[in-house]
Design a protein around this ligand. Structure first.
Ligand code: WT7
Length: 653
């Protein structure tokens, strides 16, 4: 993809909104003007869309890198998502249309969802959860996952959702880091046509040292589970007998709402910490204006799992605050057929679809016959998130899925930013295939060079955020110095937030995101650290040293390529079995998403005299390119050795 990335920004096609779309859009051009005139007043106005039990006295307190928004204000996240709609007469509106992978479906109105959340909140209280306690959630994509999050929010207990695809070890380290008191999980979930167990990973994780008192278990698949009678509690047993009354307490605007772990440049994931008032303000504002949500008529569907930030902001908090009706789907896009997503769009008349480029490219590969077999005419807006979308995939999305009718919003943001930062406004922006266009109203982004100078149109550099924003992370859980160091030290003088993405401005000033510039890979829109995979590899007895790079991959954006040096005495080259074992070992340590696609056994790694691994050269090898300039290597022969060894042993699934 790097070669096609070089051409980015030379795109001349432009797709302005139709006059009809523009006229009816929630967000008009004057929003940019208004936000520019007075940024804080603009956000203050957006915060008024929430219900506050007590108003704030100050909009922003900014002592870099620490921000507080809507100081003194008090509110309850779950009240804003649920009670408010019921009180204001929208209780009968459908909140969730759940489609299970086997084809079972359930709907929840706002009134029903509120009852479930109140009962679950009461169950958590019975289990001793108090405000400020952390709750780990490790669930399949079922309504109870959202219910659990909202119940935590209701009682002021920050949740830490751990993606169900992560391993027991990854779950344990997250439970330990946040010192969670309770884990909420399920026996399993349906994936690719069968029941996929989750509870055994929790059982395994809890063999480690934790302060977890209870495990609350949803029965989803009915598969056999081991049971620890002192610790494990069935969800249906405890939740069903609870009172359906629970008054939401109000919490400070800066009360912790959740921690969500994401990969950084070291082996230890960062616990990204978000609070309540500012986060909800920006999640709701962006959801309403970027997706142009009309809650009375739209059927919205974001395909993300609640284990990622997209699931937090655009499945749970943003849509529910806005009173949306949305689809939640448990399974994979190819189960039972490659047309599953399109069938669901037709079945429920989905109007807004938000998904990731990796899935769009997969659909392209599978062929147009799958989308063409379903009636997709209900769609009126399409969104993309997670990685740069190449212009070809953008055009295909527009033509084949959107019938040339739907505006596309390519939304750039991060776990850390909490909500969308760079995106077109669908009723305003003339979009270009492959560009996220510009910062949304109220957000200040810039493309800068190494010295923090803003580049002009046509220039390239790094993406920086130049002003604090309401949904920004408030820190890394328990690691204030790491927070400062990771995001704020690089442009300390300018005072900018370093996003870790390369970017360029085209001649019109549109922003083109170019991918990560740090040691973080993006595989199918999931962030994985090279160091984390390296440390998983070297934790295997056979491995002495490992270097991992993200190699460009037409389907997944990047694919993980690992170079390993085996310990003395371990028979190596050609050992397919060992390579398979190493791949499985990484899956066990981190999760299947981190499995290297290729593992090459090498005798040496290319290092500079100061011992730094030259990943650029390894990337050349992994991408089957001629190896670039290697004159700064301590041992110039190393690359020859690696390439000679290539013929002897490699692996790929
Ligand atoms: C990284 C953040 C935001 C939710 C999903 C990922 C990349 C994200 C885009 C986009 C180009 C994108 C960036 C970013 N990214 N959206 N529209 N265009 N790149 O969240 O795991 O926190 O990853 O994803 O590299 O830094 P995340």
């Amino acid at each position: 993809m790097s070669s096609s990335l070089e051409n980015l920004g030379t795109e001349n096609r432009k797709f302005p909104p139709t006059p009809e779309f523009a006229a009816a859009a929630n967000a008009k051009a004057d929003m940019y003007v208004e936000a520019k005139a007075d940024r804080l007043a603009f956000w203050e106005k957006q915060a008024h869309a929430l219900h506050w039990d007590k108003p704030w006295t100050q909009v922003l307190d900014w002592k870099r890198p620490f921000a507080k928004w809507f100081i003194g204000g008090r509110l309850n996240a779950s009240y804003n998502c649920l009670d408010r709609h019921v009180i204001e007469g929208r209780g009968d509106r459908v909140a969730f249309i759940f489609e299970g992978e086997p084809g079972d479906s359930r709907t929840y109105t706002y009134a029903q969802l509120l009852i479930e959340v109140k009962k679950t909140a009461n169950a958590l209280i019975e289990l001793g959860v108090k405000d400020g306690d952390r709750v780990a959630i490790y669930m399949p994509m079922i309504p109870e996952a959202a219910i659990a999050m909202l119940a935590c929010a209701r009682i002021g207990a920050p949740h830490s959702v751990v993606f169900g695809g992560f391993s027991a070890d990854a779950l344990l380290s997250r439970i330990q880091d946040a010192d969670a008191k309770i884990v909420i999980t399920a026996d399993g979930g349906y994936r690719k046509g069968s029941a996929n167990a989750l509870k055994p990973a929790v059982d395994d994780a809890l063999k480690g040292e934790t302060n977890v008192k209870y495990v609350l278990v949803v029965k989803r698949t009915g598969q056999n589970v081991e049971w620890n009678a002192e610790r494990d509690v069935w969800w249906h047993e405890i939740v069903e007998r609870q009172s359906a009354e629970h008054t939401a307490e109000s919490f400070d605007s800066e009360h912790g709402l959740f921690i969500l772990y994401t990969s950084g440049t070291t082996a230890k994931p960062k616990g990204i910490y978000h609070t309540t008032g500012g986060y909800l303000t920006q999640a709701a504002f962006t959801h309403k204006n970027v997706f142009d949500l009309k809650p009375e008529t739209d059927v919205y569907w974001c395909t993300a799992d609640v284990g990622w930030i997209t699931g937090h902001s655009y499945v749970v908090y943003g849509p529910l605050i806005n009173g949306a009706t949305q689809v939640i789907y448990e399974g994979t896009p190819d189960s039972p057929t490659k047309g599953r997503i399109f069938e669901i769009v037709e079945k429920y008349g989905v109007t807004i679809l938000y998904t990731a480029p990796t899935l769009i490219r997969t659909w392209m590969k599978w062929g147009d016959e799958f989308p063409n077999a379903s009636d997709l005419s209900s769609l009126r807006l399409l969104g993309s998130v997670g990685e740069p979308i190449n212009p070809e995939a953008w055009m295909w999305y527009r033509e084949v899925i959107g019938g040339n009718r739907c505006p596309i919003v390519d939304t750039w943001w991060q776990t850390e930013t909490g909500a969308i930062m760079i995106s077109p406004l669908p009723g305003v922006t003339a979009t270009k295939p492959g560009s996220a266009m510009g910062a949304i109203p109220g957000i200040s982004a810039a493309v800068i060079d190494d010295n923090a100078n803003v580049v002009g149109n046509g220039g390239g550099g790094y993406l920086a955020l130049t002003q604090p924003w309401p949904s920004m992370l408030r820190g890394i859980w328990g690691e204030p110095e790491r927070y400062q160091e990771t995001y704020w030290s690089r442009y300390d003088e300018a005072g900018y937030y370093f996003a870790g993405d390369g970017a360029k401005l085209d001649d019109d000033g549109a922003i083109w995101l170019l991918g990560r510039v740090d040691d973080v890979m993006n595989v199918s829109g999931h962030r994985i650290s090279t160091t984390e995979v390296e440390s998983a590899l070297v934790s295997h007895v056979a491995v002495a040293e490992a270097a991992v790079v993200g190699a460009n991959d037409a389907m997944t954006g990047q694919a993980i390529a690992a170079f390993v040096i085996l310990r003395g005495g371990i028979p190596n080259v050609g050992g397919e079995e060992l390579i398979q074992e190493l791949r499985n070992h990484v899956a066990k340590e981190i999760g299947p998403i981190a499995k290297p696609k290729q593992i090459l056994v090498v005798a040496e790694l290319p290092k500079t005299r100061s011992g730094k691994i030259m990943r650029r050269l390894l990337r050349d090898v992994a991408e089957n390119r001629a190896v670039g300039d290697s004159t700064t290597l301590a041992d110039p022969n190393v690359m020859k050795l690696i390439q000679a060894g290539l013929n002897a042993g490699s692996s790929e699934d």
